[in-house]
Ligand binder design. Structure first.
Ligand code: NAD
Ligand code: UFG
Length: 343
């Protein structure tokens, strides 16, 4: 059974490719390599022992997408493709509205057009949403019925796409749509062959800590130690990318098996502070992680963690990897590939 993964060469997409092969699906990667590298496909071949088909192109190109859907006839589509840097989205909002919202519209129109030619199969889509749609939540843990909001154009784009999907599903009840709200994906495949490869200076904590550990940056700036959290630093629900990949397989199976749409959190249900992550990474790497306390980062919330109960009830999925495993696998990837896929 073929599954088309837009953005499948990216960080979360590449790990999902491996999980889908392990579960007996045939993943097809669609990517324009705007934020990834073609060598990912070779790494995926090494891990899975089989070539992974590639459709190289842009999700904004609707006629080409229709052609891909007609040729590949996937049983489902996972839509990862998009831009994801919060700071860049503030500086370049149109880039985010164009690529993220425009990309989703393009994909949905292509799926609708191809469905009209073969109406007997229900269009099946999984969408990469984010805990960012909860804005600054009033309490923890976060359940899916919490009010949604946005604090930057990236988050706004995710909110708009969710609303588009809900409107489309209301008009087309035969569509099966799974909206997955990821918390903080970290870690790498245990082989050390694929992982997160941020361009330039990492925005996110775990890749930054990993680059300090490997000696590429001399210290970590801890953005604030005066939050109302146990040690004053920000608390997040870090989730191993392997667990996240398994969540996509569970979502695809649920959509294909039960004819039902859903929106679920993918998190562990546990929060860790910045300093807890630093200490866990020191244990995993055996290296010291020098850090300095810096001012709070604008737009950051004090804490954010999921109630993952609905994903367990609906999908039979729960995260199983610990923070120590997340750090150990990140370290294996980072130390084996100090310059990412350019190593
Ligand atoms: P990533 O940048 O590693 O992967 C995205 C992939 O999409 C890249 O390979 C990129 O080349 C491709 N792409 C971008 N625009 C494209 C286009 N127009 N046409 C074709 N391909 C295109 O990001 P990721 O971390 O793997 O995230 C995947 C998805 O999950 C994104 O939608 C992101 O917003 C969402 N998400 C990520 C996080 C996170 O912290 N990583 C958290 C919540 C949600
Ligand atoms: N942090 C530092 N120093 C750094 C980087 C981060 O102290 O150099 C701190 C942050 O202040 C925060 C924590 O580490 O307290 C986590 O920060 P990240 O940037 O790794 O993650 P965020 O929770 O801020 O954001 C991530 C994604 C967003 C997504 C959000 C919710 O980057 O796209 O999770 O899913 F919206």
């Amino acid at each position: 059974m073929k599954i088309l993964l837009t953005g499948g060469a990216g960080y979360i997409g590449s790990h999902t490719v491996v999980a889908l092969v392990d579960a007996g699906f045939e993943p097809v990667v669609l990517d324009n390599f705007a934020n990834s590298h073609p060598v990912v496909l070779d790494r995926l071949t090494s891990i899975t022992g089989q070539p992974v088909p590639l459709e190289r192109g842009d999700v904004l190109d609707t006629p080409w997408l229709e052609d891909v859907l007609r040729r590949q006839q996937p049983a489902g589509v996972v839509h990862f493709a998009g831009d994801k840097a919060v700071g860049e989205s503030v500086a370049q909002p149109l880039k985010y509205f164009h690529n993220n919202i425009g990309g989703a519209i393009s994909l949905l129109r292509a799926m609708e057009a191809v469905h009209a030619e073969a109406p007997e199969t229900a269009p099946t889509l999984v969408f990469s949403s984010s805990a960012t749609v909860y804005g600054d939540p009033a309490s923890m843990p976060i359940t899916e019925d919490f009010p949604r909001g946005h604090t930057n154009p990236y988050g706004h784009s995710k909110l708009v796409i969710e609303d588009m999907l809900y409107a489309l599903n209301a008009a087309r009840p035969a569509w099966r749509v799974g909206v997955l709200r990821y918390f903080n994906p970290v870690g790498a495949h245990p082989s050390g062959l694929i992982g997160e490869d941020p361009a330039g200076i990492p925005n996110n904590l775990m890749p930054y800590v990993a680059q300090v550990a490997v000696g590429q940056r001399d210290h970590l700036n801890v953005f604030g130690n005066d939050y109302a959290t146990p040690d004053g630093t920000g608390v997040r629900d870090y989730i191993h990318v392997q667990d996240l990949a398994a969540g996509h397989v569970a979502a695809i199976k649920a959509l294909l098996g039960r004819d039902e749409s859903f929106t679920v959190n993918l998190g562990t249900g546990r929060g860790h502070s910045v300093l807890e992550v630093v200490r866990a990474f020191e244990r995993a790497s055996g290296r010291a992680i020098p850090y300095r306390i810096a001012p709070r980062r604008p737009g950051d919330v004090a804490q954010c963690w999921a109630d993952p109960g609905l994903a367990l009830r609906l999908l039979g999925w729960r995260a199983t990897h610990s923070l120590d495993e997340m750090c150990a696998d990140t370290w294996r990837w980072q130390s084996g590939n100090p310059n990412g896929y350019r190593s």
